[in-house]
Ligand binder design. Sequence first.
Ligand code: SAH
Length: 359
Amino acid sequence: MQPKNVLPQDDADTGKNYVKRDLKALTHKELAALVEELGQPSFRVGQIESWVWEKGASSFDDMTNLPKTLRTALAERCTLGGVKQIACQKSQDGSRKYLLGFNDGTSVECVGMPSGPRLTVCASTQAGCGMKCAFCATGASGLTRSLTAGEIYDQVAHVRDDFGARVTGVVMMGQGEPFANYDATLAALRKLNSPNGMGIGARHLTVSTCGIIPMITRFSKEPEQFTLAVSLHSAVQRTRDMLMPGVKRYSLLRLYDAMGEYAERTGRRPTYEYALIRGVNDTEEELTYLCDFCRDTLCHVNLIQLNEVPGSKFQPASERRANEFVRRLGSVGVEATIRQSRGADIDAACGQLKQRLSM
Ligand code: SAH
């Protein structure tokens, strides 16, 4: 049976009073409801989703297999989001840092990092960040707002198009705390993972959290094999409280238990990020506590030399200390590597992404 066509037939009926919704922020169910409301058969849902997520259509008029009336009706009710590149800086190591703007004037940074045949994108989940980590540039200006799933996805699509290459991995390690914006982050991950989106394998999609425990537990129950990284930075409570005041209420003891449950439930190895800061978390005492925290657990420690942030009193540790951390962790059976930050020459390295950049 042909469904009744209730689409507006002419311009006189183009209800201009709709409050437009971001189509990428609609769930599959919500989109299906909208398509039904417009009197269209349900196969249109898949067609629309394919245009939006796979083909990255920037206008409803591009959706050539939809009837014109449907395109018009969608355009009246929805926006396609989309990002505008405000600036792009290129690093000597091939990385590119972008400042991308959204419709409401909010902007975020994201980074594309090529490596041989691979292209990894570091995406933001919020504009700014509310966690106030003492050594991080993003936290200094506070949180502007959380991003929608579409806005997170669009950053990755933008980098893909700029490089003209397939994205092979995404790390949610740009601005913001992904687990303070859980639903949108998960929805974006699912679209990145989906064959109807970018088709990136779940294990190559990584979320980094400063350690919001209830969300770590929730994440461990998701069916996909997404990768988890936790910013640890110290296994000594008073040091961690000073460095990461935003997660003070989630004690290391609770974090330890939550991570144990995570490993047991998923069988996957989480990463701990540890930015080495001279005289703060690179001491013998800190190293001993770190070894105790990680020993006999399923984990990998990623040591990062602190990237210097203007106006900050913190400095990176010496290379000798970094190597000593790797050696000592290894001696208690904990895998540790020193990660080279990319894009440091353009302030695109970990912790250097700010709300606005001067480019
Ligand atoms: N809010 C999430 C996602 C940000 S990921 C989180 O905290 O995990 C960015 C990573 O860079 C985090 O591990 C963060 O702690 C780290 N970082 C922040 N400032 C840094 C700096 N100045 N040098 C090195 N790493 C830094």
